[in-house]
Design a binder for this molecule. Structure first.
Ligand code: FAD
Length: 289
């Protein structure tokens, strides 16, 4: 089933994101995480892809296939193209197809010093055009950035580029994490004015420790409202308190988003089913209200 067909009036889609375990851990660790996440009945689960687009690493395909074929939950396999040539992408698409994967989050990815960039694909929109030509049956999603992509010169340029991604065939957008809902609302408004009519899911990351937030913010540049930074400082060094405050903040953001008609919530679970459970249980009754 195409992810875009999950979006219907009166329903808020709930999706989770997981990542393959690090090379030093067994792939089995993700299966215990998925065992717990499946009980929360998300509409779909997405699986991240290594930035280098390493063909030898089949874990995204393997996990997305298990989600779909063993747990019977729709899966969304991320795919980055910055270090791939057309033949590499052809091979990956073939594997996705053989494993019953129907949906791809098509991304440019970021350059990785270990794997030099190739020149076949400069932007996600070029990857989307390529996939659509190779096999139009894949459902295609794309990434979007409520506060602008970190390398973008302006919010206007970023929206123009997002429009190119949608025109190339992205049928659904998932947002970068943000902590200030007003940034998301302004972004959706800009996107609609630019003629982007695809469903847009809000990316929410529950922050459960201070180093996590510092790392995330340096990577994606999300702005931090004073309410959030006060909370982080107040509970610094108190792991349970900071976790509970992070969950409460995420729930508060989600309640506001649903009340304002958001089409979907994409929870960056960080492979932490306990946190995903607490959040999902707090918002479950609102998703179809
Ligand atoms: P693009 O859409 O290509 O945009 C990149 C930059 O180029 C932007 O500044 C854009 O404005 C600009 N641009 C786009 N098109 C044009 C054009 N035609 N002309 C000029 N400029 C243009 N990374 C991973 O490695 N693995 C993952 O699994 C992963 N999952 C992600 C999931 C989500 C929901 C998000 C939001 C990000 C994810 N990322 C992942 C990070 C992502 O790879 C980086 O943010 C990357 O820098 C941009 O990827 P993109 O697909 O958004 O790129």
């Amino acid at each position: 089933m195409k992810i875009s067909s999950l979006f219907k009036p009166g329903k808020t889609v709930l999706s989770f994101e997981v990542f393959p375990p690090k090379k030093t851990s067994s792939i089995d660790t993700i299966y215990s995480t998925l065992d717990e996440l499946k009980d929360l009945s998300p509409d779909f689960i997405s699986v991240t892809y290594g930035a280098g687009g390493n063909l030898a690493d089949n874990s995204t395909c393997e996990i997305a296939s298990i989600i779909k074929n063993k747990y019977h939950i729709e899966s969304l396999a991320h795919l980055t193209c910055v270090s791939c040539g057309k033949e590499d992408i052809r091979e990956i698409l073939k594997r996705f197809k053989e494993n019953g994967i129907e949906n791809i989050l098509a991304l440019r990815g970021d350059e990785n010093p270990d794997r030099p960039a190739k020149t076949d694909f400069r932007y996600a929109s070029e990857l989307i055009t390529f996939i659509k030509n190779e096999d139009p049956s894949f459902g295609i999603s794309g990434a979007c950035y409520p506060e602008g992509h970190i390398a973008s010169d302006s919010l206007v340029e970023d929206i123009k580029n997002l429009r190119k991604k949608v025109d190339a065939g992205a049928e659904h957008l998932v947002s970068q994490l943000f902590f200030d809902n007003s940034a998301f609302y302004s972004f959706v408004e800009r996107a609609r004015i630019a003629g982007i009519e695809t469903p847009i899911e809000a990316g929410i990351m529950p922050v459960v420790n201070k180093s996590q937030i510092e790392r995330m913010v340096s990577l994606c540049g999300a702005s931090l409202p004073s309410k959030f930074t006060r909370m982080m400082s107040r509970y610094d060094g108190k792991p349970e308190a900071i976790r509970d405050a992070g969950i409460a903040y995420a729930v508060d953001q989600i309640v506001d988003l649903i009340s304002n008609g958001v089409q979907g919530i994409h929870l960056y679970t960080m492979n932490n089913p306990y946190v995903a459970r607490r959040i999902t249980e707090s918002i479950r009754s609102m998703l179809n209200a």
